[in-house]
Design a protein around this ligand. Sequence first.
Ligand SMILES: CC(C)(COP(=O)(O)OP(=O)(O)OC[C@H]1O[C@@H](n2cnc3c(N)ncnc32)[C@H](O)[C@@H]1OP(=O)(O)O)[C@@H](O)C(=O)NCCC(=O)NCCS
Length: 329
Amino acid sequence: MTLSLHDVDPDDADAQQLLAELSDILQALTGSSGRSSFSAADARGPGSRFVVARDASGRAVGCGALRPLQPGVAELKRMYARAGTRGVGAAVLAYLETAARELGYRAVWLETRAVNTRAVAFYTRQGYRRIDNFGRYVGNAAAVCLGKDWRMTIKELNAAQAQARVGELAEVLRDCVEGGASVGFMLPLAAGRPEAFWRRVAEGVAAGERHLFVAEDEHGRVCGTVSLVIDMPDNQPHRADVSKMLVHRRARRQGLAERLLLALEAKARELGKTTLVLDTVTGSDASRLYERLGWQKAGDIPNYALMPDGAPCSTTYYFRALTDSSRGA
Ligand SMILES: CC(C)(COP(=O)(O)OP(=O)(O)OC[C@H]1O[C@@H](n2cnc3c(N)ncnc32)[C@H](O)[C@@H]1OP(=O)(O)O)[C@@H](O)C(=O)NCCC(=O)NCCS
């Protein structure tokens, strides 16, 4: 469908018609039309946008709005694509995300209802992730808040890129170990030890033994990483291990580990892997992360490893079957 998108005033006749249709649909689906949480004035001020999409015949087929929520964050409102259209929601969203970047926002947040599973699935496909309920939705169990933050990007590094970024990767590893994480190293960390580790990882990438993912911050610096290790015995061609999931302390609690893991799982699927395995300190921040993302606990092994300060710790093994039903979890 050929679409054109234009900023309009929310009191424009087509906009009003689309908003009325949306309110009726939401009322029927969720019991709340959403009218009370949006006024035309919201989409007129600085930092706001209201867009209408039209098909080739000029018929209005969808709309959406942005309004300022808090510094750096815009709220997406009144997203609607008329039934029977295709690609309208994605086009409106892409248009508003571009507008949000131009307006200087770092993220877009939105609220939808848990019962609106089509909307949740749509936003998830578009790269939105669950965030803590914000503002008026705090404590509302029927509300689902989602967000997309483009300060941080996730990418896979090839061997040359990995080699070039050994210093940044070493900085993340050093920060995690100094922060008390048990990830294979003891304190004090000898000078050059993390760099030597990442040089070997880069060699592993070059040898096709692993895939290396990083999260970059708004300055393009590495602030998180995870590896998919595919160098397995001949009888385990379907298996891969997750290794060195690390997020710098300055970048934690923003969903980076979750995004890194989803990128890793997508790569594992692309490679035809069906069983993923990892281990982590029992009861750690990381074990919560894996359980939240649907990893299954295989069991605990007491006294498996040492914390960086020398205290013994228990390790929990987790596995994940990459079946269709676990897709996109
Ligand atoms: C474990 C680790 C990788 C998690 O990284 P992270 O990027 O902070 O992970 P996430 O942001 O995806 O999730 C962490 C928490 O932040 C919360 N969170 C995610 N996005 C959020 C947001 N936008 N706003 C508020 N909270 C958010 C998550 O719900 C989760 O909450 P919980 O700890 O209460 O369960 C990180 O703590 C780390 O590097 N630890 C040291 C190294 C380590 O132990 N690695 C594991 C080796 S197996």
